[in-house]
Design a protein. Structure first.
Length: 170
């Protein structure tokens, strides 16, 4: 088990091969989602697996024309099914829960050689119409999923001392 290798080597993939994603790999990715933690273990989420070409194209369009979304063999759309639950810390639970599940999904995909790219730039209303998502459900993110057709990109990150302080906020 080398979680750090996946965390440090993964990068966003914006070009995909036409090769389909094997069913057993897809199932494992969905299992990673299912096993993710959530606030009070509520699991108020739904993940839509899209393989239909026309639907993927429509999703790419609603994501401001990010065409690589439509080119991947699979697109996964991540939704929170209960948006009213606010945690004691003041944060809505669904955005946190769904984001954790997406992060686990992305790392599991990476371990199996599959690429993803977190997509936050999309029109939620249009996405909901395309996928028949009920009014009260919120779309948190989507990601294309498939074999990368690009080399891994370099990571640009702040240094540790820019993002950590000890004992108090500095
Ligand atoms: C919340 C969120 C929203 C993002 N939205 C998009 C997006 O709409 N399109 C895109 O190409 N990348 C998007 N990204 C990917 C980031 O640009 C990328 O993760 C960041 O530049 C770091 O690069 P890396 O993923 O290759 O390490 C998003 C990432 C996050 C976490």
């Amino acid at each position: 088990m080398d979680v750090f290798a996946a965390i440090s080597q993964r990068s966003s993939v914006r070009a995909y091969k036409a090769t389909d994603v094997e069913e057993d790999k897809l199932k494992k990715i969905l299992e990673a989602v299912r096993l993710s933690p959530s606030a009070s273990n509520r699991q108020e989420w739904k993940f839509i697996v899209v393989r239909n070409k026309e639907t993927k194209k429509k999703l790419a369009k609603t994501a401001f024309g990010q065409s690589f979304i439509g080119e991947a063999p699979v697109v996964i759309v991540a939704c929170g099914t209960e948006s009213k639950a606010i945690m004691a810390c003041g944060q809505p639970a669904y955005t946190v829960d769904v984001s954790i599940a997406c992060a686990f999904m992305i790392l599991q995909a990476y371990e199996m050689g599959l690429g993803t790219c977190w997509i936050g730039a999309f029109k939620e209303d249009e996405t909901k119409k395309i996928l028949n998502i009920p009014e009260h459900v919120r779309v948190v993110a989507m990601t294309p999923l498939g074999y990368p057709d690009q080399p891994p990109s370099q990571k640009f990150r702040k240094s540790l001392n820019q993002i950590f302080s000890f004992e108090k906020y500095e």
